[in-house]
Design a protein around this ligand. Sequence first.
Ligand SMILES: Cc1cc2nc3c(=O)[nH]c(=O)nc-3n(C[C@H](O)[C@H](O)[C@H](O)COP(=O)(O)OP(=O)(O)OC[C@H]3O[C@@H](n4cnc5c(N)ncnc54)[C@H](O)[C@@H]3O)c2cc1C
Length: 473
Amino acid sequence: MEDNTESFARELKAVFKGELLFPTDTDYPEARRVWNALADRNPAVIARCRKISDVQTAIRVASAACMPTAVRCGGHSLAGFGSCDNGLVLDLSGMRGILIDENSRRAYAQGGCLLSTIDTATQKVGLAFPAGVVSHTGAAGLILGGGTGWLTRRFGMSCDNVERFTLVAADASIVRASARENAELFWALRGGGGNFGVVTQFVLKLHPLASVLLGSGICGGEGISGVVRHWRDFMPEAPDDLKWNLSLQLSRESTARPGQGHHEPALAETIAWLGDKTSGGHYLNHILSIGNPTHVKRETVSLTELQTMADQEFPRGRRYYTKSGYFGTLDDDSIGQMMEALASIPSPSSQIELAYLGGAAARVGPSEAAFGSRAAPYIVNILGSWEQASADAENIGWVRTLFAKLRPAMAPGVYINFMSGDEEDRVQEAYQGHWRRLVAIKTHYDPGNFFRLNQNIPPRRSSSGTRREKQPD
Ligand SMILES: Cc1cc2nc3c(=O)[nH]c(=O)nc-3n(C[C@H](O)[C@H](O)[C@H](O)COP(=O)(O)OP(=O)(O)OC[C@H]3O[C@@H](n4cnc5c(N)ncnc54)[C@H](O)[C@@H]3O)c2cc1C
């Protein structure tokens, strides 16, 4: 007898106009992989969509067959939500078109665009969209979860810079959401992740910016904790044009301090200044005078260089595990815990990333968008990165141990895009006071929880499975 997967595949083949890949196809082994090798999954079918009607068809057939469905843009979900076992992957890599309207400073980006797609197009006319720091990240996953990067303090988060979304909902209908149209959905899509449908187009607000002043240096030894403390005290008063990020890591061959071998505890700091170069020079001089950094660089770089400089550091195919949280204030004990953990990092590619939000992102009111928490400005991301499956337990254990030590001093909340796949219990924490409103919107647009392979907001159980007419305002 034909099983459900076989009949689903047969029905999809009959109506789907894009490209379908099955486990027996030559391209399947590469196509099934996502960025994080820890998420090693084998979908039954990969449906590469080329246009909005392909997305509608895939959703219609998968929904009727109750197939688990993963939606993939860049495949960079740390939790591995861009793939699934024995289900459908709705792959948007064939939908990376983008149009720029220079006069209105808007980009019309399809739902499969990578950050590099957007940067390449916008920089041709000297405009920029505030997004993440690695150009091979998918724009859709990043924007729907929030989106932070080098430009966030000046222009706000990525989700704050979306004017309109077009999506295919769980019933395969096309829905538009903006401040004037389906305003509740518009609110939910700015931080609520992939819960509400497949976004096929984003209308993005752009800003003039073509180059930045960039500084960097490596600190070591006793100086490291002093720099972290200085950064903690300095950033709350810093201008929006300044983004100063820290990474606690082991020194690489290229960053070893004179007279020392590599794999020594180190602090890599990067400073981006978006404003006028003279003032920026003063800030860079001040920051780079602390902690006796080596490998110091000061240069003006193009926005494209800024946005791609970390690309090599996070290659596809390694094993990654992360835990993240916010601090309202960063006390000396927590910094001490990080220093201890730094001395016992099991992998030279792992790191403790420290960023300070604030600026334009913090001036958006807490209820203006679904994004969880903007009140606690220090973001700590403990990122384990290694190569061998045999080292999983040791590396995951290191991340979890440090997180458990830091957790009591953290503010409630977590950024959904920095969550691992085993943190389902933290999704409600991520949204805090927005939870009930999000559940109501989810119940309206996806009562059967078709879009559940994500940081899931489950609909209310009593729903009938059909979309109601009235919006939950
Ligand atoms: C190397 C690296 C660097 C990163 N840097 C940053 C950073 O600087 N700033 C930051 O904020 N985050 C950053 N992140 C986190 C990143 O925002 C998330 O991993 C994000 O989910 C990646 O999006 P994606 O489209 O590539 O992922 P995917 O795995 O393709 O999808 C992620 C989620 O989004 C949903 N989704 C994808 N496309 C759509 C769509 N079109 N419509 C509806 N739902 C969709 C999926 O269902 C899934 O739940 C980084 C991640 C990595 C791996």
